[in-house]
Ligand binder design. Sequence first.
Ligand code: ATP
Length: 278
Amino acid sequence: MEAIEVTGLRKTYRGRDAVAGIDLVVARGEIFALLGPNGAGKTTTVEILEGHRRRTGGDVRVLGEDPGKAGSAWRSRIGIVLQDADDAADLTVHEMVRHVAGFYPSPRKPDEVIELVGLTAKRNSKIRTLSGGQRRRVDVALGIVGRPELLFLDEPTTGFDPEARRQFWELIRTLAGDGTTIVLTTHYLDEAETLADRLAVLAGGRIVAEGTPATLGGRGAAEALVSWRSDGELHTEQHADPSDLLRRLLDTGVDLTTLTVTRPTLEDTYLTLIGAAR
Ligand code: ATP
């Protein structure tokens, strides 16, 4: 059974389509990223999958059930990290994590979770005294303490410093390695590239491309751009396979410190897809 199966999903707000008929399958154990510009419909889609918003149309199965009708047993199998969690609580980190652990049938140990998200030094600090990035880590801790089979992360690393982002990526890989299915939305293309097994780009409520980070939008077949300088002049050539050109440049004694070989980055591909969808 797949973790998520969506066909023809639609959501209309006051007669306007925010999600205009999307099909999606996420396999068990997969890390799936949803990309797209502000207002593309990512949060709406994810909140419907979480059972937090009603859909206007289409068929949705999450862990085999319709999230619009599923009960608390289903809910306890899912972890959620919302975009704007408001947790300026008067509780300490440990108290909060322990409190939320109490809602689940077989939670992780609170101290284990606090360590996983790198907050051990803040275990006994009140949440309202934490920095923005540290509070976001508390959100992640609360999302995983119930040992979810499926974890939704809506822009999880917004406000993280670079080191915290790397640590968070490690955590996500560890969870996925243990079999947790992960669905994340992000505006960070490097995050999608490093984490996702597969990703989809949403624009205007539709999926405009879907694939692996390496193949999305024809990226795998894109030509390499070779550039170098000789006699003070910049030369560029595009080739599917630049081997012959590179050999020739070596033979002709071109200054190799000026040589670059590039293919479109995930960001280049993404921006092209989004531009074409306008
Ligand atoms: P972002 O990257 O900014 O988080 P998003 O892709 O998550 O954007 P959504 O929040 O799903 O986008 O919004 C999709 C569209 O639906 C937007 O045009 C938004 O204005 C509209 N929308 C979202 N929630 C509501 C609501 N509760 N009532 C009316 N319109 C809404």
